[in-house]
Design a protein around this ligand. Structure first.
Ligand code: ADP
Ligand code: ASP
Ligand code: MG
Length: 425
């Protein structure tokens, strides 16, 4: 085993928005340049690359003959960034070209029968492209950098597209890797590999989670995620101009906000950090001197103490009843939950009366219809699409009134801490 001293290790994670162009890569370099080493730097795919690769997989799967337009767009986007950052004889051109050839060859093989497998093999290229560019750039400006393939570090089961981490094996792999040098270790977010070495992914937006897995396994001093906002606010600052930043949040509060859909942090990120009491900083990529939000053990829960508003658009309200006037019983719920689980739907809010069960789930362009069809086998089904769920945590009446004013309420539910309004905007 190498002589690692993990306790001084810190992990940084940069999301797609941060590395969406050459300027972003330069700024990332400025941020890491001023840091004590060693440092692990987790990078997502650049800009909207993962969305573009998802479209490419869909075309490949449908055996569409010509996906060269999309492939070339993705290639050009990356090479434009490279041209801005490097002189034309730099080796990054060769390495990146090699990766694009691998992707091209894969797209010209027959797909297997497993869509999720094919998805992971193709979509994972986004993080390979971005980390090659970032690590070559850090090297070019004279920083001590090592590129690591995270698939040798994070091991998962075989559930492609939504793999579960094998924590013991991951710990073993990371502890067998030499992190002893005062280096910047650049590696990929979102991707991992199964026992057979096949590429898996951790679910969309999973790079925050990668940062947490690595911080956990390293027993790191801290994890910092650099975002295009300067911390966790009480509402999405892009939707609420008067949103206020939390200076501190407890792990529990952060997990609740993420769970109910505050998109700033992936919900799985917090638990590994909580388990080892590793602090999480959410900081501004654009204003690195600003204090962000600190998530740690914090008895007061949050500071300042202000209600949080979480907006989840694109909801479907499904109302189920029996055609013969029967009650909705616990066994009815069992049937409903089994069907929801089968199609991977998560209940965002739910209400039961004697004869009806109403629940809201995220709309999915393909799976919603399949879900409704299956429910129709057992129940009379009514549904409304295009709704928005407003979740208030530590609510007060004034915040709710101001936010919901003028909207038609389809469902409302309230506990002492949480208040939910499903509305038509
Ligand atoms: P990354 O680039 O790391 O993937 P994301 O785009 O996933 O970052 O997360 C940052 C975005 O989260 C912000 O641009 C912001 O619009 C959104 N967001 C949603 N809710 C919140 C919130 N409560 N506080 C801060 N940002 C939020
Ligand atoms: N690139 C992946 C995605 O867009 C992972 C991430 O950005 O966190 O979902
Ligand atoms: Mg994200």
């Amino acid at each position: 085993m190498p002589e690692n001293n993990f306790s001084k290790m810190r992990v940084f994670k940069f999301g797609g928005a941060s590395v969406k162009d050459a300027q972003g890569v330069r700024r990332l370099a400025q941020i890491v340049q001023s840091q004590p080493l060693p440092l692990v730097v987790v990078v997502s795919a650049m800009g909207k690359t993962t969305n573009a690769l998802e479209r490419l997989v869909a075309e490949y799967w449908r055996h569409k003959n010509d996906y060269s337009d999309l492939f070339n767009q993705i290639k050009k986007y990356h090479f434009d960034i490279v041209k801005d950052l490097f002189e034309s004889n730099h080796r990054v051109y060769v390495v990146l070209n090699e990766l694009f050839t691998q992707l091209y060859n894969r797209l010209h093989q027959h797909p297997s029968m497993n869509y999720d497998y094919e998805y992971d093999q193709i979509v994972s290229f986004g993080e390979l492209f971005s980390t090659i560019i970032v690590s070559e750039y850090l090297d070019k400006i004279g920083l001590p950098v090592s590129w690591l393939d995270v698939r040798n570090l994070i091991k998962t089961d075989n559930k492609f597209r939504d793999a579960s981490v094998n924590w013991d094996l991951t710990l073993y792999k990371i502890h067998s890797t030499d992190f002893s040098e005062k280096q910047i270790y650049v590696t990929q977010g979102f991707i991992a590999s199964n026992f057979n070495g096949q590429t898996t992914t951790l679910g969309r937006e999973g790079s925050d989670f990668t940062g947490a897995i690595l911080a956990w396994a390293l027993g790191a001093e801290s994890l910092t995620v650099w975002k295009d906002v300067s911390g966790i606010y009480n509402a999405d600052p892009k939707l609420f101009s008067d949103a206020q930043k939390y200076e501190r949040l407890s792990y529990q509060e952060a997990i609740e906000l993420a769970f109910y859909g505050a998109k700033v942090i992936h919900p799985k990120t917090i638990k590994p950090l909580f388990d080892k009491k590793i602090p999480l900083f959410v900081r501004s990529f654009n204003n690195p001197d600003e204090l962000g939000t600190l998530i740690a053990d914090f008895e007061q829960g949050m500071e300042p103490r202000i209600p949080a508003i979480i907006v989840k658009p694109n909801q479907v309200l499904i109302t189920l009843s029996y055609r013969n006037f029967n009650f909705i019983t616990e066994s009815s719920l069992q049937v409903i939950f089994t069907i929801l689980e089968k199609f991977n739907f998560k209940i965002n809010v739910m209400q039961r009366t004697a004869l009806k069960l109403s629940l809201a789930v995220d709309y999915d362009p393909v799976e919603t219809e399949t879900l409704l069809n299956e429910l129709q086998v057992y129940f009379q089904v009514k549904y409304n699409v295009g709704l928005t769920l407003y979740t208030f945590r530590h609510y007060d009446e004034q915040t709710i009134k101001k936010t919901i004013a003028g909207k038609r309420v389809y469902l409302h539910q309230q506990s002492r801490v949480m208040s939910f309004y499903l509305v038509k905007d």
